[in-house]
Design a protein around this ligand. Structure first.
Ligand code: 13P
Length: 255
């Protein structure tokens, strides 16, 4: 119905993979594959690969993102990277609130919100991750969890700024497990999240928002997931590390 109102975006999340040599090889393989695709193409790479990625993708249709940023502008935060530092390099996107950060690095809804604010203030586009754990799905509270995560992340964000946010629905139990949510399960939650955005802002903002699915999305299951009304692309882990596989996803999202 409204799928044509928004852009499909396929974003790779390389996580903690690829040294500079590996990054160079993968991006050079990816460039010709991505060149004729009409969907948005983003690669989110480790900080140490950002410079390589920015250099190699210059003048192409591949945008570059980071995998996190800190919420302070500068200061005594050893090991952290500020949103302005990313922006100054030419980085366009940043993933915020990935479940691996929530699980292993004490990320909370509060710090996610602070990071989202900082990233948007710096002029970055945000890929905001939300999603339930297996136990939460089994307890029947998937919608409560993703609603809370979504509402918390958008606290204090203007409607205008919200247009620079992509939401990635990533059920934690489907990440890196080979266990994909069924297209119906993914569609159900993505539609629900769109409703949450409509309630928080308005229908136009919700209709225009790109909502991705992520979690073991690959060259085999992408077509079925991407055909769904409320799934506007994907946030891809494992399959984004192999150019041909990522290319299939780009082709599917460009149909
Ligand atoms: P996988 O595609 O490897 O399951 O990872 C998904 C993910 O976490 C993307 O952010």
């Amino acid at each position: 119905m409204n799928k044509n109102l928004r852009k499909a975006v396929i974003a790779g999340n390389w996580k903690m993979n690829m040294d500079r040599k590996g990054a160079e090889k993968l991006i050079n393989e990816l460039k010709p594959i991505a060149a004729d695709k009409t969907c948005g193409v983003v690669i989110c790479v480790p900080y140490t690969d950002l410079e390589t990625a920015l250099r190699l993708t210059e003048g192409t249709n591949i945008a570059v993102g980071a995998e996190n940023c800190h919420f302070k502008k500068s200061g005594a935060f050893t090991g952290e990277i500020a949103a302005d530092m990313l922006k100054e390099m030419g980085v366009e996107y940043v993933i915020i609130g990935h479940s691996e950060r929530r699980q292993y690095f004490a990320e909370t809804d509060l710090t996610v919100n602070r990071r989202v604010k900082a990233a948007l203030a710096a002029g970055l586009k945000v890929i905001l991750c939300v999603g339930e754990m297996l136990s939460e799905r089994e307890d029947g509270i998937t919608e409560d969890v993703v609603e809370l995560q979504t509402v918390a992340a958008f606290t204090g964000i203007s409607a205008e700024d919200a247009k620079n946010v992509i939401i990635a629905y990533e059920p934690v139990w489907a990440i890196g497990t080979g266990k994909t949510a069924t297209a119906e399960q993914a569609e159900e939650v993505c539609a629900f999240i769109r409703g949450v955005v409509a309630k928080r802002y308005d229908q136009a903002i919700a209709d225009g928002m790109t909502i991705q699915y992520g979690g073991s999305m690959n060259e085999k299951n992408a077509a079925e997931l991407l055909a769904k009304e409320n799934i506007d692309g994907g946030l891809i882990g494992g399959a984004s590390l192999v150019a041909e596989k990522f290319g299939v996803l780009l082709a599917e999202a460009s149909k």
